[in-house]
Design a protein around this ligand. Structure first.
Ligand code: SF4
Ligand code: SF4
Length: 326
C-alpha cells in the first residue's frame, strides 16, 4: 500500500507520486501509477495470479522501489490505514493579498490594511514598483497590527540602501518573512533572523513580471494539494490591489471591482462575480488537465494562452504530452 500522504498523479505520458509529508515528488512509470490507483490494497498473491511471470517480477521490483523510498509498505491489515480526507476548509474570507505601489499610487494603507485584517487575511505581499527606502517601508508596516498577518513579503524593484541596513530593519517587523530586492547586478541570499532576503538580477519592473511557472515554485504539502484539486492554486481566497487602487482578483487581472480607498473590501470579495475564478482548478484548464504536476504547480489566470479563462498559463514551458520543459 502507499502511505496516505503519498499520492499518484497521472499525466498524458508521465506520472508522479507526490509525497506530501516530505515535500517531494518522484517520477514513476505511468503503468505503475495506474496499477496503484486501480489495484491499490490487493495482496501480493493476487498480482502473482493475475499477471504474467515477467510482469509480476516488474511489479515486485516497483513495489520494492516504493518501500525503499518510504512511499509504501506491505501490510496484512489495509483497513487500518484510511485514505487521506479530501476535505479542505479555511474559515477566513480572504487568506492572501497583493498590494502594488507605484510612483503615482495614493493608497489609503490604513483603511486597506485594517479591512484586510477584518477578512482574516494571513499572507500579505507588498510590491513596490518605484524607488523606496526603509523609512517609507517602516511608515507602511507600522500601520499593521503585530498579531494580524502571519507572513508579509516585500518585493522591491528599486531599493538603493545597503543590504546590511535591512538586518536591523527586520528585527522590528517579525511578520516580514521574505524580502526580494530585484534589478540588482548580483544574486545573493541572506537570512536575517526569520527573514530571508533574496537579492536578484531578475528584472521586476511591474505586475507583468508575475505568473511564471517553474519547478522551483511547486508547492508540495497536504493542504495545498487538496486545495488545488478543487480550487485555483493562485487566486483562491486572494484579493489584489493594483497601482491605481483598483480592487481585483490579482493586480494583473483585467476586471476591476472598485477603488480600495472607497469601497468596503469584505463586501466586495463576497460578491459571486469576485469569487468566480476561485474555483477554476487545473482539472478544467487546457493542457494542465493532462499534466502530472497539476496539483502541486502554481497557476496563473491573468496571463493565459489565447487570453482564455481556461487557457494554460502563458508563462509555463512544460509540455505534458512530450514530458519536457522548454
Ligand atoms: S494570477 Fe498570475 S499574475 Fe495574478 S498573482 Fe497569480 S500568478 Fe500572478
Ligand atoms: S502544464 Fe499546467 S500543470 Fe503542468 S506545469 Fe505547466 S502550468 Fe503546471
Amino acid at each position: 500500500m502507499l502511505f496516505a500522504n503519498c499520492i499518484p498523479v497521472i499525466g498524458a505520458i508521465n506520472a508522479i507520486i507526490c509525497d506530501l509529508q516530505n515535500s517531494a515528488y518522484y517520477p514513476i512509470p505511468k503503468d505503475l501509477a495506474e496499477l496503484l490507483k486501480k489495484d491499490s490494497g490487493k495482496n501480493v498473491k493476487w498480482f502473482q495470479i493475475n499477471y504474467s511471470k515477467e510482469d509480476y517480477q516488474v511489479i515486485i521490483e516497483n513495489f520494492d522501489f516504493l518501500t525503499e523510498h518510504g512511499l509504501g509498505f506491505y501490510t496484512k491489515d489495509k483497513d487500518s490505514f484510511p485514505r487521506l480526507s479530501n476535505f479542505w476548509g479555511d474559515p477566513s474570507l480572504i487568506n492572501n493579498a497583493i498590494i502594488d505601489t507605484g510612483k503615482k499610487s495614493s493608497h489609503d494603507y490604513k483603511k486597506i490594511l485594517n479591512e484586510l485584517v477584518a477578512t482574516g487575511c494571513r499572507h500579505l505581499q507588498l510590491r513596490f514598483f518605484k524607488a523606496i527606502d526603509l523609512k517609507e517601508l517602516s511608515s507602511i508596516l507600522k500601520l499593521i497590527p503585530k498579531t494580524s498577518f502571519r507572513s508579509i513579503e516585500l518585493v522591491l524593484s528599486d531599493f538603493k540602501e545597503s543590504i546590511s541596513s535591512i538586518e536591523s530593519f527586520v528585527s522590528n517587523y517579525p511578520q516580514v518573512i521574505l524580502i526580494i530586492v530585484a534589478n540588482r547586478n548580483a544574486k545573493e541570499q541572506y537570512n536575517f533572523q526569520e527573514t530571508r532576503v533574496l537579492i536578484t538580477d531578475e528584472k521586476i519592473i511591474d505586475h507583468t513580471s508575475c505568473g511564471k511557472v517553474s519547478k522551483e515554485y511547486f508547492s508540495i504539502n497536504t493542504s495545498s494539494f487538496i486545495e488545488n484539486k478543487r480550487f485555483n492554486s493562485c487566486l483562491n481566497k486572494k484579493v489584489g490591489i493594483d497601482l491605481n487602487g483598483k480592487v481585483k482578483n490579482c493586480p494583473s487581472c483585467e476586471k476591476c471591482f472598485g477603488n480600495a480607498n472607497e469601497i468596503d473590501l469584505s463586501e466586495t470579495v463576497m460578491k459571486q462575480e469576485f469569487q468566480k475564478l476561485w474555483s477554476v482548478n487545473k482539472d478544467q484548464v487546457a493542457v494542465c488537465k493532462d499534466c502530472e504536476f497539476r496539483y502541486i504547480c502554481p497557476d496563473c489566470r491573468a496571463f493565459t494562452e489565447e487570453n482564455h479563462l481556461y487557457g494554460k498559463p502563458l508563462k509555463c514551458g512544460y509540455d505534458p504530452y512530450k514530458g519536457s520543459w522548454d
